[in-house]
Design a protein around this ligand. Structure first.
Ligand code: RP5
Length: 152
C-alpha cells in the first residue's frame, strides 16, 4: 500500500456514511488516504496533534467533515500549512445550513475550501485536482474523469 497523501478527518463516526462517496472516489482515482475520527470540541487535543503532524506525516491535502457548529475544518486549518477542504454534514435540526455557515465563514488569513452540504464526492475530486497541479498522472485522471462525464 502506498503511504496516504490525503488526510480525511471527521467529527463523529456518525459522519462516516455521508463520507463514503469521498472514500469511494479517492479509491477510484487510486489516491491513498487515511481516515481519522475526532471532534474539534470533544477531542480538541487529538485534533490539534493530528493536524499539526499531517504535513510531516506526508499528507498533501486534508478533507474535514463535520456537522452542526462545524469548526473542525477551520481548527485543522489553523494548525497546518496544507490546503483544507471542508465538507458540511447535513443535520437533522437545520439541514446542514448550520454546518455550511460554520465552515465557510472563516476569518481572513485562515481559509478553508468548502464543498456543498454532504458534498463528499466533490471533496475527493477537488483533492485530486489539487494533487494534479503537481502530478501529471493525476491530472490525466481528472481529464479522463471529465471526458467520461461528457460521454455519459
Ligand atoms: C459533529 O456533530 C459531528 O461532525 C457530527 O456531524 C455531529 C453529530 O455528532 P454525533 O452526536 O452523532 O457524534 O461534531
Amino acid at each position: 500500500m502506498d503511504a496516504p497523501i490525503v488526510g480525511i478527518i471527521m467529527g463523529s463516526e456518525s459522519d462516516m456514511p455521508a463520507m463514503e462517496p469521498c472514500m469511494a472516489q479517492l479509491d477510484e482515482f487510486g489516491i491513498p488516504y487515511e481516515v481519522k475520527v475526532a471532534s474539534a470540541h470533544r477531542k480538541p487535543s487529538e485534533v490539534h496533534a493530528w493536524a499539526e503532524m499531517a504535513d510531516d506525516n506526508g499528507m498533501k491535502v486534508i478533507i474535514a467533515a463535520a456537522g452542526k457548529a462545524a469548526h473542525l475544518g477551520g481548527v485543522v486549518a489553523a494548525y497546518t500549512p496544507l490546503p483544507v477542504i471542508a465538507v458540511p454534514m447535513k443535520t437533522s435540526d437545520l439541514g446542514g445550513l448550520d454546518s455550511l455557515l460554520s465552515m465557510v465563514q472563516m476569518p481572513s488569513g485562515v481559509p478553508v475550501a468548502c464543498v456543498a452540504i454532504n458534498g463528499a464526492k466533490n471533496a475527493a475530486i477537488l483533492a485530486a485536482q489539487i494533487l494534479g497541479t503537481g502530478d501529471d498522472a493525476m491530472r490525466e485522471k481528472i481529464v479522463a474523469f471529465k471526458a467520461a462525464m461528457e460521454e455519459a
